[in-house]
Design a protein around this ligand. Structure first.
Ligand code: SF4
Length: 355
């Protein structure tokens, strides 16, 4: 007996779309699971090595006391989460962390600050961090809040490769989560980042009480930007005691995997990043996410303030799955273990779950 297989046409750049309707995106979410994953994996193979995953390290360069009210975030000054606030790190200390990240196999170093937007007085330090990390041979990424055109331009001139600014959720649900900045503010920052010539990293968070329609709405919004984000982080909420979302309902793991697959189909050339929440995922779930088209992770023990699988656990999973870092680890295993063992527990230092 011959079983009919879904026909999947070869995808070319000319097929990249920016006009998805909500119905179309919801129809993808409603596909039988195996058909959806087959479609996502087929597309994934047209643009990427299916056994390579890009690896980034994230460092909180300024922690806590953020004036914004994002309900998921332990760094907001409005919620009592017991988080220790920290001032902007010294440039040299940031560069030391970047060196360790490079030695441990990261190819991109992301620096996050809990700000509404960067203050003028902080810009010289931030620009020095970008230049220093670039000189180490790492790609650079920052997430500093809203950016106007001038600051975006200066960061680009310093050599910043990527800027992260998430849309977080659908335009309709957004007001339930944040009141201190609008969806339009966020789109404006993404526009300024693009105009300055930097790459855009933008995604969202699942598990904040949003509906399936909101998840489709978020992905539609990202895919319908004038240019797809180069990097699309999909976070699973890490519930932090003291935040308004500490008791939010869990995301069904299969729904999370579906979201990764739909992101891959809508934005076939973008890196889809399995981001916050990986600590709560089984190896099997992470493997399914990679099969669905995720091809980027954060590496290391902490994701700003929330735990992330230890780097050596990630390496063990990569070995089991036959996955390579997009940029091969150059450190000999014994040296790498020594670096990892020497890292202090940094869990108190970091914050924010959605990157
Ligand atoms: S997500 Fe960012 S902007 Fe929102 S409260 Fe946290 S640090 Fe501030």
């Amino acid at each position: 007996m011959t079983i009919a297989q879904p026909a999947i046409a070869a995808h070319t750049d000319a097929n990249l779309r920016h006009d998805w309707t909500l119905d179309e995106v919801q129809a993808l979410f409603s596909k039988p699971f195996n058909d959806l994953l087959f479609q996502a994996q087929t597309l994934h193979r047209q643009y990427f090595d299916p056994n390579a995953v890009q690896v980034s390290t994230l460092l909180s360069i300024k922690t806590g006391a953020c004036p914004e009210d994002c309900k998921y975030c332990p760094q907001s000054a409005r919620y009592d989460t017991g988080l220790e606030k920290e001032r902007l790190m010294e440039v040299e200390a940031v560069l030391e962390k970047a060196k360790a990240a490079k030695a441990a196999g990261s190819d991109r170093f992301c620096m996050g600050a809990a700000w509404r937007s960067p203050h003028e007085r902080d810009m010289p330090y931030v620009l020095a961090m970008v230049k220093g990390v670039k000189e180490l041979g790492l790609e650079t990424c920052m997430t500093l809040g809203m950016l106007d055109e001038g600051k975006a331009q200066r960061l680009a001139e310093a050599g910043l490769d990527y800027y992260n600014h998430n849309l977080d959720t659908s335009p309709e649900f957004y007001g339930e989560i944040i009141s201190t900045r609008t969806y339009e503010d966020r789109l404006g920052t993404l526009d300024n980042v693009r105009k300055a010539g930097m790459k855009v990293c933008s995604g969202g968070i699942l598990g904040m009480g949003e509906s399936k329609r909101d998840r489709a709405g978020l992905l539609r919004q990202l895919a319908n930007l004038p240019q797809h984000p180069d990097s699309v982080p999909i976070n699973q909420l890490v519930k932090v005691a003291g935040t308004p979302l500490e008791n939010a309902e869990e995301v069904d793991p299969l729904d999370f995997i579906r979201t990764i697959a739909v992101a891959r189909i809508l934005m076939p050339k973008s890196h889809v990043r399995l981001s916050a929440g990986r600590e709560q995922m089984t190896e099997e779930m992470q493997a399914m996410c990679f099969f669905a088209g995720a091809n980027s992770i954060f590496y290391g023990e902490c994701l700003l303030t929330t735990p992330n699988p230890a780097a050596n656990k990630d390496q063990a999973l990569f070995r089991k799955l036959g996955i390579n870092s997009e940029h091969k680890v150059t450190q000999a295993p014994a040296e790498l273990e020594a670096i990892l063992a020497s890292r202090p527990d940094e869990s108190a230092q970091y914050s924010r779950v959605g990157v």
